[in-house]
Ligand binder design. Structure first.
Ligand SMILES: Cc1cc2nc3c(=O)[nH]c(=O)nc-3n(C[C@H](O)[C@H](O)[C@H](O)COP(=O)(O)OP(=O)(O)OC[C@H]3O[C@@H](n4cnc5c(N)ncnc54)[C@H](O)[C@@H]3O)c2cc1C
Length: 403
């Protein structure tokens, strides 16, 4: 905890800015607040952890290249420098008419406050796996697979998957780890896992190695990328002899995934890396939402229904310029969000922000090789991995030393 606890009701003379979620864009907001320290503003950050796990480096952690700590940005130095009070917990509801957030303290937190009033609210909580939708679409997956969201949870539990693959079976046998989902995160994690297991089992006979399987569903592998990038991804999977199952996973049970044709895919472990959803707690908030349930925001990163609510990252959808949900877009939205929060607090005009039409994407194939794409252009090589590694480390270092 930092500084004094805020009151449940915002004081009338000063304004209360409530930041919910410690995502990519809010890192920049905290950085800017540390530089400007607005005197008429009480600022609170509500988030479950006082660090941010940088997802771009998580495949490198899975591959065994980075320790988990190297992928985390501690928020405490930024909070101290910005004079921001941290409340350890999760937002579970918003009442936009009352300008009030309901929170659930995280296990281990000494926080008792259940409601927080705000004058200005900013959301950067990322996207989630909606447990109710998961349970309906794929019964058993929540119990019998390791979901990649929340990413902290995944990162902490990944080591137990690695440890289990080290178990010596009598008689010796091959083990299988399946990855469910054909998006970029799933294939990056899969190729990272391949590298990890190859390093751990260098002398195992093929019959005793960990086999990796991609349960890709009926659509494209690396959907959302151009056909050229998709072909490159498929070649990299083939080179690693990774089996691609072109069926949807429709459920899970101990030791197996259920596929849409009714068959079972036996596996020793499964990682769930399918597309994400909007958080359910936005529903009933009174805030305008997109069809997908994400917060609808305008060119100021501001709610289209409530001018004192702002957002960035995967929790929101730009009504005027919809773009893919990715860390790159969340990072880019940080500076305009920070500017507009301070402008709104001081009654200054807001600045419009136009997200870029295309972004540089670097898809890692284990560590040591990556596929670069920018619009229709694509290329791959060790140099692309080198570039990704440099960009990612620089991002973490920037905020680690920002305070
Ligand atoms: C393995 C993996 C690799 C990826 N690699 C890339 C990549 O290389 N490039 C790229 O552009 N994208 C990548 N992505 C996608 C990227 O992770 C997301 O698009 C990005 O994290 C979204 O950022 P955000 O700021 O919206 O939220 P997040 O980074 O998800 O941060 C959300 C924060 O809010 C907190 N929070 C969550 N719920 C609540 C709540 N209810 N109340 C309070 N706080 C809450 C969380 O603890 C977290 O601190 C990857 C995703 C995965 C899974």
């Amino acid at each position: 905890m930092t500084d004094a606890a805020p009151t449940a009701t915002a004081p009338t003379s000063r304004k209360h800015l409530l930041l919910v979620g410690g995502g990519h864009a809010h890192l920049h907001v905290l950085h800017m607040l540390a530089q400007h320290r607005p005197s008429q503003l009480d600022i609170t950050l509500l988030t479950p952890d006082d660090w941010q796990t940088y997802s771009g480096m998580v495949p490198g952690y899975v591959a065994g290249r980075y320790p988990l700590d190297a992928c985390r940005i501690s928020l405490q130095p930024l909070l101290r420098a910005a004079g921001v009070h941290w409340i350890q917990g999760r937002c579970t509801a918003i009442d936009a008419a009352q300008s009030e957030v309901t929170l659930q303290p995280t296990a281990g937190s000494d926080q008792a406050l259940q409601h927080l009033r705000y004058d200005l609210l900013s959301l950067d909580t990322g996207a989630v796996f909606d447990p109710q939708r998961m349970a309906a679409d794929m019964p058993g997956v929540l119990e019998h697979t390791l979901p990649v969201r929340p990413i902290d949870n995944f990162a902490e539990r990944w080591q137990s998957v690695v440890d289990r693959q080290q178990t010596v079976h009598q008689p010796p046998r091959a083990t299988t780890v399946a990855f469910i989902g054909a998006g970029a995160a799933s294939v990056e994690l899969l190729m990272a896992a391949h590298q990890r297991f190859s390093a751990l089992q260098p002398r195992n006979a093929a019959s005793e190695r960990t086999q990796l399987v991609l349960v890709a569903g009926g659509g494209d592998v690396a959907a959302g990328y151009t056909p050229g990038v998709q072909r490159r991804v498929l070649r990299q999977l083939q080179r690693r002899q990774i089996q691609v199952v072109r069926q949807r996973c429709v459920g899970a049970q101990p030791g197996a995934l259920k596929l849409e044709d009714g068959s079972l895919l036996p596996c020793d472990a499964a990682v769930l890396a399918v597309g994400t959803h909007a958080p359910r707690w936005l529903q009933g908030s009174g805030l305008a939402l997109a069809d997908t349930g994400h917060l609808r925001i305008n060119h100021f990163q501001q709610s289209t229904s409530h001018p004192n609510v702002f957002a960035a990252g995967d929790v929101a959808t730009r009504a005027d310029a919809p773009h893919p949900k990715s860390g790159v877009y969340a990072v880019r939205a940080g500076p305009p969000l920070a500017h507009n929060l301070l402008a709104a607090a001081s009654g200054q005009p807001l600045k419009a922000y136009q997200p870029p039409a295309r972004t540089l994407n670097l898809l890692s194939c284990g560590t040591g090789h990556a596929i670069l794409s920018w619009g229709p252009l694509h290329a791959e090589g060790a140099w692309a991995w080198w570039l990704k590694d440099r960009i990612d480390r620089a991002f973490v270092a920037r905020y680690a030393s920002a305070a």
